[in-house]
Design a protein around this ligand. Structure first.
Ligand code: ADP
Ligand code: ZN
Length: 538
């Protein structure tokens, strides 16, 4: 094995070509592979489709050839394990998995092969890896120095700050404590600075080499539209840009998934629902059809997608806003893995902001956790409200500097801007005065009625027609005011009190808007020019 060390890069290339049939490593793969073959720990951050699997598969094969034994791959998803093990078999690599789909006998057979040193890569679910029975097997292998490497896939699952926390991942700390001499490679496609630091801490990867690839997916075009009639907008988008092509439509709830899938089917599209409420066999059937047939639109909750490697997904649409940029990026990253042009399209509206804020407020989590979640939501809201390059914002969130991309909605059609500051001030001062006067808060609808001077029962009963702002914004449409409110909430200048019927409350941030120190910039799409003129003249 002494002769192998100097040639680890040629060994790696040889394996890449002979086993996998690829000509060359992509960007950072070569460096990572060499580092891991040499026994170094690694934390790999690479976007979806970047080629993470080879980063541990090639070292696993190389180290096995050098007599160092088996690589244990921890993966949270059964579907992914099956796919990968299947692909490795086809390439002639001894791979196997241990998970709940195996019966007792099959499990025993895998364990026997493992003990005999016949397996190069063993995939296992995190909860399986940390069972006493499995650890005993690892102990034996380790005693014979046949435990080569731990690969921890989807490593962000270890962090509660990530978008897919799995408590079982916490137990993985045990691996390093128990087998400190065995190198580890942790991989993830999404981790902002906070999540990244948490992964390092939780998995004790302080000494590991960090390999951060560019997160840019230049072939994905990002578009975020204002939500009006989401399903009709989605249909227009699909019919005009992606007729007959495969895509994923993400919705927040199971019920919504069903509704939207039905609406697409009614419109003549090949759409299928996917969510955790469907029975497992049906879910599997829909997933298989999506993978094997052409042009299927999968309407799904976030339960769908992780580990599904379909290269020709031409669009990912969000009908409801995700929780944070990491989730958004992970989900949109499933589009265009083949490198061909693809779309990430999202419809976003005031209700999304209200819902997401409420979910955080009402969650049983602690204050610190909620604070972090609010910060992450704010970053996504800022992306949604942005009038400059979306990609610059997205990459910036992951710590990567870039320049305007030319392939997002804002770059392709620079939005005309409209200054909504005055409308914002009108609504904020209305909120201030009626709370002062009545001692209670009101919801968005009522505030807009006052500013637009509408003669409703509530306005009359409460005497709100006597306010100085009553009717002062009569030139604005409801859509315009809604846009202004949405932006105010997005920038934290307004708070939606979920515990009190979604009433609106001023915040510290309201003051800077009221004083004119911060301007509220909106897209002109929600502005009818007439409104601006008549307001100016009043
Ligand atoms: P990730 O896990 O990062 O999402 P994968 O490991 O699934 O990405 O790789 C994405 C696709 O790119 C796969 O089809 C894989 O076979 C292919 N791929 C990865 N590395 C290379 C390479 N060096 N040359 C050619 N194809 C590659
Ligand atoms: Zn751009």
């Amino acid at each position: 094995h002494a002769a192998a060390a100097p040639s680890s890069s040629s060994l790696a290339l040889q394996i890449l070509q002979e086993v996998f049939g690829y000509a060359a490593f992509r960007s950072t793969q070569a460096t990572i592979v060499e580092h891991v073959i040499g026994g170094g720990d690694a934390l790999v951050l690479m976007p979806t489709g970047g080629g993470k699997s080879l980063c541990y598969q090639v070292p696993a094969i190389a180290r096995q050839r050098q007599g160092q034994g088996v690589t244990i791959v921890v993966s949270p998803l059964i579907a992914l394990m099956h796919d990968q093990v299947g692909a490795l078999h086809e390439a002639g690599v001894e791979a196997a998995f241990l998970n709940s789909t195996l019966d007792w006998q099959q499990t025993q057979e895998v364990e026997r092969r493992l003990a005999r040193g016949e397996i190069t890569l063993l995939y296992a679910a995190p909860e399986r890896v940390t069972t006493p029975r499995f650890l005993e097997l690892l102990d034996e292998l380790n005693a014979r120095r046949k435990l080569s490497l731990f690969a921890i896939d989807e490593a962000h699952c270890v962090s509660q700050w990530g978008h897919d926390f799995r408590p079982e991942y916490r137990q993985l700390t045990l691996l390093h404590e128990r087998y400190p001499a065995v190198p580890r490679i942790a991989l993830t496609a999404t981790a902002d600075a906070l999540t990244r630091a948490d992964i390092v801490e939780r998995l004790q990867l302080q000494e590991a080499g960090q390999f951060v690839s560019s997160f840019d997916r230049p072939n994905i075009r990002y578009t975020i539209v204002e939500k009006k009639d989401a399903v009709a907008q989605l249909l227009r988008f699909i019919e005009s840009e992606h007729e007959g092509e495969a895509g994923v439509v993400y919705c927040q709830s199971r019920r919504r998934v069903e509704e939207v899938a039905q609406a697409l089917v009614d419109a003549g599209l090949a759409a299928l629902p996917y969510h955790a409420g469907l029975d497992a066999a049906l879910r599997q059937k829909h997933q298989d059809r999506f993978l094997r047939e052409e042009g299927i639109v999968m309407v799904a909750t976030v339960a769908f997608g992780m580990g599904i490697d379909k290269p020709d997904v031409r669009f990912v649409a969000h009908l409801d806003m995700p929780k944070n940029i990491e989730g958004y990026y992970q989900e949109t990253g499933r589009a265009g893995r083949d490198g061909e042009a693809a779309d990430a399209w999202m419809a976003y509206g005031l209700q999304d902001v209200v819902n997401q804020r409420r979910m955080i407020d009402e969650s049983p989590a602690g204050d610190e956790f909620k604070q972090v979640m609010r910060g992450k939501l704010d970053a996504l809201l800022a992306l949604a409200e942005a009038t400059d390059c979306r990609r610059v914002r997205l990459l910036g969130y992951f710590g990567e500097a870039s320049t305007a991309c030319g392939n997002c909605d804002n770059c392709l059609t620079p939005p005309e801007l409209w200054d909504g500051t005055e409308a914002a001030q009108m609504m904020l001062s209305t909120i201030y005065w009626i709370r002062k006067q009545d001692g209670i808060g009101y919801g968005a609808g009522h505030i807009m009625d006052i500013v637009r001077g509408k003669d409703t029962d509530k306005v009359r009963q409460k005497g709100h027609d006597g306010l100085s702002t009553f009717g002062r914004g009569d030139a604005y449409s409801e859509a315009q005011l809604r846009g202004v409110l949405r932006q105010l909430i997005a920038i934290g200048a307004l708070h939606v009190d979920a515990e009190h019927y979604n009433t609106l409350q001023l915040t510290e941030g309201s003051r800077v808007v009221l004083k004119g120190e911060a301007r509220v910039q909106l897209r002109a799409s929600i502005n009818a020019p007439a409104a601006r003129r008549s307001r100016k003249s009043s």
